[in-house]
Design a protein around this ligand. Sequence first.
Ligand code: AMP
Length: 477
Amino acid sequence: MKHKYCRHAKPHFHDIHEECGVFGVYGHPEAANLTYLGLYALQHRGQEGAGICSSDGKLLYLEKSTGLVADIFTEKKIKRLTGHLAIGHNRYSTAGGGGIKNVQPLVANYALGSIAVAHNGNLVNAEQLKQRLEAEGAIFQSTSDSEVILHLIARAKDSDPYERIAEALRHIRGAFSLLFLRESELIAVRDPFGVRPLSLGRVDNAYVVASETCAFDLIGAEYIRDIEPGEMVVINHKGLHSINVLQGNRKAFCVFEFIYFARPDSYIFNNTCVNTMRKELGKQLAIESRVDADIVIPVPDSGVPVAIGFSEESGIPFDFGLIRNHYVGRTFIEPKQNIRHFGVKIKLNPVRDILKGKRVIVVDDSIVRGTTSKKIIKMIREVGGAKEVHMRICSPPTVGPCFYGIDTPTRQELIASSHMVEEIRKYITADSLSYSSIEGLKKIIRTPEDYCTACFDNNYPIMFPRKKAEQMEFIFA
Ligand code: AMP
């Protein structure tokens, strides 16, 4: 995957965004080790920090830190995470991140014992709930949405632990794929809209749960099924037990998981292959926006399957005209003078032999602010020596920010929210620019009514509290 970078100079109205990966295991002697591997495979979903919480049936053990999975978990740390059940979390990097205190799993002690939570998604009413809880005396340790969930569980009245969690979940609104760890059980829940993916698998005699199935492949686990929207799955010594805890009136799978976020070798949202979807999007794009050219190149990595599909459909040869450095970290020391556009250059470099004198089609998954495309095109022309540069984007124009867990800037910063395609073309200095049509995208995803496409059509399936809607610059009649 493309290395995710921090795009928020300043957090907008919400402190942090939860664009993350979760992994859990029940019933394996090396639960922590499997979780470590699972998080390793899910690293693309978050690079700010990671944590694992395990249990031996009596006590919870926690190790977490900022940084990458491979750097955080030493053999010594994994050894300390004893027990046959564990959950883990990868956190996405954002400006308002708050460092270690926001790194999950979050652990709390409450009336029924200990509980840890790992959350992927964003709650839309977390601020309201937090204010209310604080007014009633609650003390928060982090700025994370997910801590609200722990407070609600601690305050719930029911003596049945599952009903207690369900009661808490009935207060929260938004996107949540959640893993809870209690002393002797693993609990997985998906919001009623099913915004973020969450899959159930099996390895040996153990159950595993992960944001994406690429985590199963690494540990040799077999995919069983998705955790259903609104479903709570409890896994303990009695086996697996499913409870339908949250009713929804529709599904709202995040279409951007297919377009950008998930790994192409994963199968998400009812076992659909991400790579196949991207290739089909590329084919659709080629049908919709034919142009005479000599070569199709992707902006790696997420553009690769799209460009292959585009090439197959158009008959225009595919090549790797841009090479990505996969080892770019979060920060690098920039020289003060002479090297301009360093930001993109450090990540991507054009291959002159492939591009020189050619009419080039560049395929990417999305344009957000437009700055990346502008720099790439300049580089392809000036360094690569391309004769023409035609930009093709496999998603429709990004017009709406995401409030359900994808890190997008504010509406004003989204170039397509205030500019026509021709204006964007001029800005990025392309010879031509085409996006996928919304109809084309809906055709590829086959059951569009089950997807959230808010970033492309402003159709937000999960309602916001009024205050939040006002902050989002929604116009009220
Ligand atoms: P921009 O320069 O703001 O237009 O960014 C566009 C680039 O960011 C494209 O190459 C996308 O692949 C990539 N991108 C899209 N969405 C995200 C995201 N949520 N986080 C990080 N990168 C993204």
